[in-house]
Design a binder for this molecule. Sequence first.
Ligand code: MG
Length: 401
Amino acid sequence: MKITEVKTFLMMAGAPPDSDGDGTPRAGHSWTTRNWLFVKVYTDEGITGIGECSGWPRVIETAVKDITPLLIGEDPADIERIWQKLLVSTMGNGMTGVVGSGAMNGVDMALWDIKGKALNTPVWNLLGGKMRDKIRMYGHAKSPEQALKLKEMGITAVKTGGVVNPVDQVEEIRKAVGDEMDIMVDAHGPPWFTTKDAIMVGKALEQFNLLFYEDPVAPENIEALARVQDNVDIPIAAGERHSHIWGVKEIIEREIVDVIQPDTGRIGGISQMKKLAALAEAHGIMVAPHSGSLGPIAEYAAIHVLAAIPNGLILERVEFDVPVRYELVLPHIPTVDGYVQVPDRPGLGVDIDEDVVAAHPSHGNTTLPGTPEDGAYEAGTFDEHLYIQQRFRRQRTMRKI
Ligand SMILES: [Mg+2]
């Protein structure tokens, strides 16, 4: 079998106006211009594979086009050799950035899909077989009402985000949902959140028995993350901003994280996810892939990896952010009682509807500059200050401390 063609499918996934699924935009919410990028690899035997790339989708589309000549004529079965060839080919552009790894991610995922289809077996089977038939998932909630809604749907774990008075927020959610539901907090590692603040917030959160405390500080600052780990008795999670096994090597080897969160679109593909999981396993670290802002192909890939690895913790699943999410792929795997059934179809078991991609043309790479109408941050609002300014209303963040 030979690779004959590689196509990219870039689309505007849109702003997430509807995180609680009630059909109305979230009040005061103005962030995100989100693009999704998919890669389809074609072969001379008529089998195609689908993959997804995140990191900087519009830029990565160009990267995929750049590496395409290296793929034409290759045997798609040689996944590892092709991966290493692509890595070396991008050496001059810097080997370990999210653009290169995002492009390789999509291709690698598509090659696993092709291999599964060619052998008539699911990707999880190629990764060593199933550890589990269904994957526990968690949803996102900003309020006790949203968390309760998830609980009523049978979902058993919920993540709340941001650093706007997280202690009050978690206290209210814990009161609403009771002790049986797992709660996670994602601080999103804002650059202005000092390490000491992250430790103070973490210590105040200890009483709520969290599943994990995610990106308490900017995760690029490994020493700061290590200080939080040493001082807060909550499992620490990080990893979504990194690419390749080399990006997460130090935080795993030094056991600075308890939960590693590879981004399923930019870690470098299913091959890298499997290696990362083994590295983490050796250190007793659990894997919880980051897939919330990604498209549904990455989510499928995360399901296959979580099905096959011993240290899979939980699947991030944002079902109600953008309506196009599940128009794009067939079949959609529903969440049933807080779990997602592992698919049995060959390969990844999913494809994109190209008409849906075409109906959502891409625009915008970043959230700034722009207007709220573009999905950008609105000047002077809390969202802008949260992510751009050095410090905004410390008392609002730290009120309970
Ligand atoms: Mg996160």
